[in-house]
Design a protein around this ligand. Structure first.
Ligand code: ZN
Ligand code: ZN
Length: 280
C-alpha cells in the first residue's frame, strides 16, 4: 500500500527528515511513499505565482507567507529524493502544482525538463485569493455558491490543461465547512465526465478528516459517482509532518470499497499502474 501525497516543507531538505517520513510509513504498513512538494517551494516556479505578489488586493499575511517560499531549486529536491532512493527508500518523485489559468505553457515547459513520476494538480487559489488559508480571509465577504462555481470552473480548466496526472483533494473548497445553497450536482457530474475524458486520476485524501470540515476528500456522493465512471484513485494523507504519513489509510481503503472501488493506482515515470485494494 502506498501514500501518494506528502510534504517535506516543514523541515530541511535532508535525508534525515525524509527518513522520518519513511519510518512512519513503514510503521503504518505502507510499502511506498510519493513526495509531492508544493511548486511554490521552488525558484523555478516564481513566474507562475508572480500575479499573486503584484495584485493590489493581496492580503499582507499572504504576501508574508509567499515571501518565505521559493527557497529551493528543483534539482536540490530531486537530488535528495534520488539519494533517498539509493538508500533503499521506495520513494516516488512527485510535485503538487497550483493551477492558475494562463500558466499552462510555463508549467509544462518546466516539467518537461525533469523526470517526475507523477504530478498532482491542485486549485488552492481563486484569482489572487487562497481560499484554504484562513476561514476569516476572504470567505465572509463572498457568496459561498460563487466560490464553489469559481472553484469548479478552475478545476475544469486544470483537467483540460493536461498538466497533471492526479487531481489532489477534489472538493477541498469545503475545507472550512462552507456548503453551497445551490444544488451543484450537475456541475460536479460534468466535471467528473471531463476527468474521464482526460483519463486522469483523483486522490482519496484523508487530510479532509483533519480539517474543520471533518470529511474525507472527495465526499461520498462524489466518490460514488467517480467509482461508477471508473475514475482511478490514489490514496493520500497530504502529510506535512512525518506523524501524519499514512493517516487513517485503512479507513480510506474501506471507504473506497464501500463506494464501489476494487483498485487503486500508482505511478512511475508519469505512467499509471493499477493494483487491487488490500482487504483486511
Ligand atoms: Zn494541496
Ligand atoms: Zn499537499
Amino acid at each position: 500500500m502506498i501514500d501518494y501525497h506528502m510534504h517535506l516543507e516543514n523541515g530541511p531538505l535532508s535525508l534525515d527528515w525524509l527518513e522520518k517520513f519513511w519510518f512512519q510509513a513503514q510503521a503504518c504498513g505502507l510499502t511506498e511513499i510519493g513526495i509531492t512538494e508544493h511548486s511554490h517551494q521552488f525558484k523555478e516556479f516564481l513566474p507562475v505565482y508572480q500575479h499573486l505578489l503584484v495584485d493590489p488586493r493581496q492580503n499582507s499575511v499572504v504576501l508574508e507567507w509567499l515571501d518565505r517560499e521559493f527557497r529551493y531549486n528543483l534539482n536540490q529536491y530531486l537530488e535528495l529524493l534520488e539519494a533517498g532512493r539509493k538508500m533503499g527508500i521506495p520513494v516516488k518523485f512527485g510535485l503538487e502544482i497550483d493551477y492558475f489559468p494562463g500558466t499552462e505553457k510555463l508549467i509544462s515547459s518546466l516539467l518537461e525538463q525533469y523526470d517526475f513520476d507523477f504530478i498532482l494538480g491542485s486549485v488552492h487559489f481563486i484569482d489572487y485569493w487562497p481560499f484554504d488559508f484562513d476561514p476569516q480571509l476572504g470567505w465572509p465577504e463572498r457568496h459561498v455558491d460563487d466560490v464553489y462555481l469559481s472553484y469548479l470552473s478552475l478545476i475544469e480548466q486544470l483537467v483540460q490543461s493536461g498538466i497533471c496526472d492526479v487531481l489532489a483533494h477534489l472538493d477541498v473548497v469545503k475545507v472550512f465547512g462552507h456548503r453551497p445553497q445551490k444544488n451543484l450536482e450537475e456541475e460536479w457530474r460534468l466535471l467528473l465526465q471531463s476527468i474521464v475524458q482526460a483519463d486522469i486520476a483523483i486522490e482519496l485524501s484523508t487530510a479532509g478528516w483533519r480539517k474543520p470540515v471533518g470529511e474525507i476528500y472527495p465526499g461520498e456522493p462524489l466518490l460514488r459517482e467517480a467509482a461508477l465512471l471508473g475514475i482511478p484513485i490514489t490514496i493520500a494523507s497530504d502529510a506535512h509532518f512525518p506523524g501524519d504519513v499514512g493517516y487513517r489509510w485503512r479507513e480510506a481503503v474501506c471507504y473506497a470499497r464501500q463506494v464501489g472501488y476494487g483498485q487503486y493506482c500508482s505511478f512511475k515515470g508519469r505512467k499509471r499502474f493499477e493494483h487491487e485494494l488490500p482487504s483486511f
